[in-house]
Design a protein around this ligand. Structure first.
Ligand code: ASP
Length: 319
């Protein structure tokens, strides 16, 4: 146990010991927390606040992710996301809950809250994934309004890109910030969600790892949960999120499990990787951690008391 975890445990014990009301002994000790890829501190704080106000765990995660989908300055998620090479903003998102239920939307256009729609797929359909026009029709049937997702800023950048049309599906730390969020409830349940506009200037129709259960997100309530960001093609072909949860099942800590799953990706490369992948995970006991291929990857954490940012360890330094 690290120092932070040890101190956390001590204060928990003190709080329980100081209580005299018998009822307090029968209530589960609050231990809920949320983590999210990148510096999404506002998002995890929002999720924690909603959860503290009694919203269910996954609904709270969806609310947290909505704040990023709403932000036009976050150009990798939702409204204002960078478009594909045809100038269209296409979104991918998914959710998974403590019972193993999942919902996902892929290649979604003109709808702002992809994560809410993925949650609706989970709640109101017998399916896991809805794609493209079918997903949009489903959104309209559920009362979502259509939105022009391309902002002036994203349009301007796209027009500049068009001049060179350089297609580089390589991710560095400046141009991606897909939000993946995981949460642990006070009674030990796990859930997660992930939302993105995917790689900038990708081929029209391209779907990444983020909406694919087992690749971009996986939750096993018996063990742990993981969510990914980075070059989706690499995450898809190694089922990274599922793999991390399996490594946690074998006894690894969340950080060690993320590191080992990234090793799988790196081992398949003939040369040193020139792309980023970052993974974050939590385990059933309340541990959390992350790891990335290159430096610069962070994750945000919020519990009932604090919101903070963690720097992840990595394999290589950007030169
Ligand atoms: N994983 C996302 C994708 O490949 C991109 C990202 O995380 O920035 O679509």
């Amino acid at each position: 146990m690290n120092r932070r975890g040890f101190i956390g445990k001590l204060s928990t014990v003190t709080a329980v010991a100081a209580a005299v009301n018998l009822e307090d002994y029968t209530k589960p000790t609050p231990k809920s927390f949320f983590i999210a890829t990148w510096n999404n501190q506002e998002a995890v704080k929002t999720a924690q606040n909603y959860y503290s106000e009694s919203l269910p765990l996954l609904d709270s995660i969806v609310k947290g992710i909505n704040t990023v989908e709403d932000n036009p300055l976050d150009q990798s998620v939702g409204y204002g996301g960078r478009p594909d090479r045809e100038g269209k903003v296409t979104l991918d998102a998914c959710v998974m809950d403590h019972e193993g239920n999942a919902g996902s939307v892929v290649f979604l256009q003109n709808i702002k809250y992809a994560i809410s729609l993925a949650h609706d797929v989970l709640k109101y359909t017998p399916h896991v994934i809805l794609a493209g026009e079918g997903a949009r029709q489903f959104a309209l049937s559920r009362g979502y309004s259509e939105t022009q997702m391309l902002t002036d800023l994203s349009k301007k950048q796209y027009e500049t890109w068009l001049k060179e049309k350089e297609y580089k599906p390589i991710i560095n730390i400046e141009n991606h910030d897909t939000i993946g969020m995981l949460g642990l409830s006070d009674d030990g349940r796990l859930s997660g969600g992930c939302s993105t506009s995917g790689l900038s200037y990708k081929m029209h129709g391209r779907v990444g790892d983020s909406p694919i259960i087992g690749a971009g997100l996986y939750v096993d309530n018996e063990v742990g949960a993981c969510v990914a960001t980075g070059l989706g093609e690499k995450v898809l072909t190694s089922l990274s999120a599922f793999l991390v949860v399996e490594f946690i099942r074998q006894g690894l800590s969340p950080s060690a499990a993320c590191k080992k799953a990234l090793e799988r990706i790196i081992q398949k490369e003939v040369a040193k990787p020139d792309f980023q992948v970052g993974l974050i995970a939590i385990d059933k006991k309340g541990g959390h951690g992350g790891y990335s291929i290159f430096n610069g990857f962070q994750y945000a954490h919020a519990d009932q008391k604090n919101t903070s940012l963690y720097e992840c360890d990595y394999f290589y330094k950007y030169e």
